[in-house]
Ligand binder design. Structure first.
Ligand SMILES: [Zn+2]
Ligand SMILES: [Zn+2]
Length: 172
């Protein structure tokens, strides 16, 4: 995701509306690979604070692909969050009082800023749905997708008890 500022804001203090829909690279977070599902949308206002200093205030909407902690299957989670981003176009424009991204030239690259902010808005509890059936403890199959015949230590199935009755019959 990028934003070309050439000709957008000629004067200091000028403000323009931005509405960007673009892909954002997947990223690693605590050993997990987090991928965006489809384009990420950023709607907001870009202002020119000083000649080489831009500020972007907006709202991000994205879908991220996460791994469910119960069934280990992928699922898509929609997230949205506000952003306040600061970009310096030259090293000396960097203001140490705010978190700033350095941008070399007229194109502001937004992937890193979107990723960093997305991390704080990804739910800590990873569950594909409220009624996720989880994973079979014996064979590891995702029980939302497939069934298995593993003995999970539950009560006897009707077929087993019928077989037992038959066995009793022959033993008499
Ligand atoms: Zn699940
Ligand atoms: Zn199983």
């Amino acid at each position: 995701m990028e934003l070309n500022v050439v000709g957008l804001l000629r004067e200091v203090n000028a403000v323009v509306d931005v509405d960007i829909k673009a892909p954002v690279e997947s990223f690693e977070y605590l050993g997990e690979n987090i991928r965006f599902d489809g384009d990420v949308e950023l709607v907001g206002k870009l202002s020119r604070v000083r000649s080489k200093y831009y500020r972007l205030d907006g709202e991000v909407e994205a879908s991220v692909v996460l791994v469910c902690g119960k069934c280990m299957g992928d699922y898509v989670c929609k997230i949205s969050f506000p952003v306040e981003l600061h970009f310096a176009q030259e090293q000396k424009a960097i203001d140490n009082d705010v978190d700033m991204y350095y941008t070399d030239g007229d194109v502001i690259y937004l992937d890193e800023a979107v990723q960093t902010n997305a991390i704080m808005n990804i739910p800590a509890k990873r569950e594909c749905s409220d009624d996720c059936k989880g994973m079979c403890p014996v064979c590891g199959i995702n029980l939302n997708i497939e069934c298995c015949d593993c003995d999970k230590g539950e009560e006897e199935s009707p077929i087993d008890s019928r077989f037992a009755a038959l066995k009793d019959f022959f033993e008499k």
